[in-house]
Structures are given as structure tokens and as C-alpha cells.
Design a protein around this ligand. Structure first.
Ligand code: ATP
Ligand code: MG
Length: 305
């Protein structure tokens, strides 16, 4: 049964979508069948996977608002074991239309329930807000992964996000855990990046992933080529860092199974596995390399399975 992870931070431009796309691709390359749900009307994850705007393509909007089964809007993300529930700008309407709907916080949870058995991971890319789309994602998830950019004022907004998480745990999803806090756009040449990373680690302790995502131009370029960085430049630092993160996520899941417990307490965190991936090289990824399937230039609205 899939582990469902929301990738959320209401602050814009911190690396949510870059993480959703590249962690998703890295999990798939590690032979974990993965579904990426683009729950942001900006549809950046959809386009980063090579799906250009197409008014004919059905999106999460049809599922959330019109009740279309999610498997009918799921498309093959042109890579073995990676599927996508696409978004487009119509999803802006969903955030508004949901307000007056019954079960408005649980629509996504209900949609995902029917397909949970088909995947090992479901990642949800959230918009930069705490609107009903994000609330639906958090209500549907086992845990939340919070990317934080290593820059001045990095902590700004994080306490608001943590307050929201605590409130959601009391009200709509008591089992929501913290998958981990992810340091993004880290630049080891600057004292500022190092200082921010040190501050975040002392503040959040073991809830911070060991894996750190460096500032890397390949990560910024890959979306314009419509592919995860694994296909654009597998030897880049950016690709290595997301492969490492996938290993850590997988190791944490295995650790939870070993303990027979689900860690859900944001106070203790679920990203504690410092040992995860330690001593293993990113290049030891399980497969000989990722397999890209289908056309590289979008379009293919094949029926999802
Ligand atoms: P939004 O809040 O608008 O949804 P986001 O949190 O999803 O933004 P991204 O879209 O992933 O953030 O990243 C913002 C910008 O920074 C993008 O142009 C992306 O290509 C770039 N970027 C993200 N991570 C990195 C990185 N590690 N190195 C270099 N550029 C990066
Ligand atoms: Mg985004």
C-alpha cells in the first residue's frame, strides 16, 4: 500500500516542485512504483515532466470537482514506474469550488483510496499557499515533506506551516507525520548557506533529512527540457542528491516497518534515520539507469493504469 507524502511549504519558490518531480523519478528509478499528483494550478510539475498545456487533457480538476475516477486522468509520465495526475490552471477554480462542497477537506483522500494498492509511493506537489488544495493534500497524506531554501529568512513561514500541521492533526488527520525537512538550494561556497543549514539542524534536529539538495544549474534547466534531472544529466550533483534523498526516504520506510510503528509525532519526526544511505554511493542505485518511455515531447495522454 502506497505511502502518501505531501510536499508542502506555503512559501513560494523553495523547491517543492523540483523535489516532487525528481524525488518521484528517483523513487521510480529505484524500482518503486510511484504516482505524482500535481495539485498546483501553476502545473509546474506537469510541464516539468514534458506535458505542455493542452486544453483537452483531463486533470485533477475533473477528479476533485466532477468526481471522475483518478485512474482515468492518470497518465504515463514517460518513465517506467512513474505516473502523473496532471494539473492545469483550471485547478484555481477547484480551490474556490471546494469551499461549498460536502467533505471538502477529504475529496482527494477519497479519490486516492481506490488506487493506493497500485503504488508504493504517492507524492503530492502542493501550491504555495495553505488553501483547500493543500489541506486536501495534507488530509490525504501519511506525512509531509517540507523543502526549505537555504537562504536568509529561511525559517520565515515555517512556524506558520507547523501550526497548520498541528491544527490539521487535531482536526482532520491525526496520523499525519513529518516525513522530513529538506534543505534545498544549498551552496557550500557561502557562509550564509552553511549558517542557515546549521541553524535548521539545531532547530529541527533529526527531522532534517541527511540528504541536502545543492544549488545546481542542471536542476533548474531540466524542467525546460520536460524531463527529470535523471534523464537530463544523471551525473550532475542535482541528480545525485535526489537519488540520495530517495534512498533515505526508502530506508526510513523500511525502518518504520522494522519497528512495526508509524511515527506520526511531529515532535519526534520521521526523518531520523541518519544511517539511511550512509556509506552507500548514489551511483549504486538499483537499476542500470532510468528508462525513459514514450515520446519526449508531450502529448501522450495514454490511459493510466
Ligand atoms: P512554487 O511555490 O511557485 O510552486 P516551488 O516551491 O515549487 O515554487 P520550484 O519551482 O521547485 O519551487 O523552484 C523554484 C525555482 O528554483 C525554479 O526555477 C527551479 O528550477 C529552481 N530550483 C529549484 N531547486 C533548485 C536547485 N536545487 N538548484 C537550482 N535551482 C533550483
Ligand atoms: Mg511548485
Amino acid at each position: 500500500m502506497a505511502r502518501i507524502i505531501a510536499i508542502a511549504n506555503q512559501k513560494g519558490g523553495v523547491g517543492k516542485t523540483t523535489t516532487a518531480v525528481n524525488l518521484g523519478a528517483s523513487l521510480a528509478a529505484s524500482e518503486k512504483s510511484t504516482l505524482l499528483i500535481d495539485s498546483d494550478p501553476q502545473a509546474n510539475a506537469t510541464s516539468a515532466l514534458g506535458f505542455q498545456k493542452d486544453p483537452a487533457r483531463r486533470t485533477l480538476y475533473q477528479a476533485l470537482i466532477l468526481g471522475e475516477p483518478i485512474e482515468r486522468i492518470t497518465i504515463d509520465a514517460k518513465m517506467d514506474r512513474l505516473s502523473l495526475v496532471p494539473s492545469d490552471k483550471n485547478l484555481v477554480g477547484a480551490a474556490v469550488e471546494l469551499v461549498s462542497m460536502e467533505n471538502r477537506e477529504y475529496r482527494l483522500k477519497e479519490l486516492i483510496a481506490s488506487i493506493r494498492e497500485r503504488y508504493e509511493y504517492v507524492l503530492i506537489d502542493c501550491p504555495p499557499s495553505l488553501d483547500l488544495l493543500t489541506v486536501n493534500a495534507l488530509a490525504a497524506s501519511d506525512s509531509v515533506l517540507v523543502p526549505i531554501q537555504c537562504e536568509y529568512l529561511a525559517l520565515e513561514g515555517v512556524s506558520e506551516l507547523l501550526d497548520t500541521l498541528m491544527r490539521l492533526r487535531r482536526t482532520i488527520n491525526p496520523s499525519l507525520g513529518i516525513e522530513g525537512i529538506l534543505l534545498t538550494m544549498y551552496d557550500d561556497r557561502t557562509t550564509l548557506s552553511k549558517q542557515v543549514a546549521a541553524d535548521l539542524r539545531s532547530f529541527f534536529g533529526s527531522q532534517v533529512f541527511e540528504s541536502v539538495i545543492p544549488r545546481n544549474v542542471r536542476l533548474a534547466e531540466a524542467p525546460s527540457h520536460g524531463m527529470p534531472v535523471l534523464f537530463y544529466d544523471i551525473h550532475s550533483k542535482g541528480a545525485e542528491s535526489y537519488i540520495q534523498l530517495a534512498k533515505e526516504v526508502i530506508a526510513n520506510a523500511q525502518e518504520r516497518v522494522g519497528q512495526g510503528t508509524e511515527r506520526t509525532d511531529p515532535g519526534t519526526g520521521a526523518a531520523a534515520s541518519a544511517a539511511a544511505g550512509a556509506g552507500t554511493s548514489p551511483s549504486t542505485i538499483a537499476v542500470g539507469g532510468p528508462t525513459r518511455t514514450g515520446d519526449s515531447d508531450g502529448g501522450g495522454d495514454g490511459a493510466g493504469t
